[in-house]
Design a protein around this ligand. Structure first.
Ligand code: FES
Length: 231
């Protein structure tokens, strides 16, 4: 019984083996036949293996020179547009940062000199600082000019400190530590700073005390007779 059973198992195996390739072959043939009907390869030439797709239908029909010209034109145009945009942005930023009209108006101060009699001081405010305006007399001008400039701590001729000898215009801030000196005071008939005892002469030059420099001369002009513009 045992040998009969083994023989029947062997017989069954040998009968079953050829059936698988036959099914596989049938299956692949069916797929190929179906694919050939509905699929066309995107690759040039060979139908098998990895190849570069053919993009010929997307390629430009123009000449190489024409394509280059178009590329250069586009790059140049984009560059010009970008530069114009950047310039506009920077310009607007700078305009925003610049001083407004009311601030610019404060930058200059106009003074009517006809209202200041000879031998008198006037103090005005300009950009937050006091400005001394002295209408000097003939004797004060002569006194300012007779000083030996070489003996001064900050040597400066009177002529170099004034545009018109009769008008002395200075920033009224002591060059020591920034106090405001008092006019018509001190040992030299000019200005005296009470903070630490600096004496300035009738030309605003330091003559005595700790201040190192003469009183500063601001930017000013006489646009017409009897008119002073500071700033
Ligand atoms: S601040 Fe004028 S003398 Fe010191």
């Amino acid at each position: 019984m045992a040998s009969l059973s083994a023989a029947s198992r062997l017989c069954l195996r040998s009968a079953a083996k050829p059936a698988v390739p036959a099914v596989r072959a049938l299956s692949s043939t069916a797929v190929q036949a179906a694919g050939a009907a509905s699929y066309s390869s995107p690759f040039k030439g060979e139908t098998t293996g990895s190849k570069i797709p053919n993009f010929g239908k997307y390629a430009s029909k123009n000449s190489a020179a024409g394509n280059k010209l178009f590329s250069y034109f586009m790059v140049g145009s984009m560059g010009a547009l970008t530069a114009a945009g950047a310039k506009s942005t920077v310009s607007e930023f700078l305009v925003n940062m610049s001083a407004s009209a009311d601030v610019l108006a404060m930058a200059k101060v106009e003074v009517d000199l006809n209202a200041i009699p000879e031998g008198k001081n006037v103090i005005i405010k300009w950009r937050g600082k006091p400005i001394f305006i002295r209408h000097r007399t003939e004797s004060e001008i002569a006194e300012a000019n007779k000083v030996d400039v070489a003996s001064l701590r900050d040597p400066q001729n009177d002529d170099d400190r004034v545009q018109k000898p009769e008008w002395l215009i200075m920033v009224g801030v002591c060059t020591h530590l920034g106090c405001v000196p008092i006019g018509e005071a001190g040992d030299f008939g000019g200005w005296f700073c009470p903070c630490h005892g600096s004496h300035y002469d009738i030309s605003g030059r330091i003559r005595k005390g700790p201040a190192p420099l003469n009183l500063e001369i601001p930017v000013y002009e006489f646009p017409e007779e009897g008119k002073l513009v500071i700033g």
